[in-house]
Design a protein around this ligand. Structure first.
Ligand SMILES: [Zn+2]
Length: 98
């Protein structure tokens, strides 16, 4: 898996944009590792911009990504993310025509 990472100040929580993983440089290494584990799942799942493979694939990828991230957060003694996975909401925002 080829992976390109960009540290972009002010980015907030990491995202995948055009195959590039964007991370916030002010986060701790442990936090970045947790976010990277999540985002690498999406890259691995080949979601691209998240629209091409449809909402079912986006939802399944989000579930896998959250599971992987939560396991790493537990091992690194980081707080778990709270709140529901917003895969459907996120998909509708990014892919309005689908
Ligand atoms: Zn995700």
């Amino acid at each position: 898996m080829g992976l390109r990472i960009c540290y972009q100040p002010g980015q907030g929580r990491g995202v995948v944009s055009g195959g590039l993983v964007l991370l916030e440089p002010s986060e701790s290494n442990a936090e970045l590792a947790a976010q990277l584990s999540h985002l690498c799942t999406h890259v691995e799942d080949g979601l691209g911009d998240g629209c091409a493979r449809g909402s079912e694939a986006a939802r399944a990828s989000e579930e896998r990504a959250r599971g992987r991230e939560d396991r790493l957060r537990q091992r690194l003694a980081l707080p778990l993310r709270v709140g529901p996975a917003a895969a459907d909401e996120d998909y509708a925002r990014r892919c309005p025509a689908r």
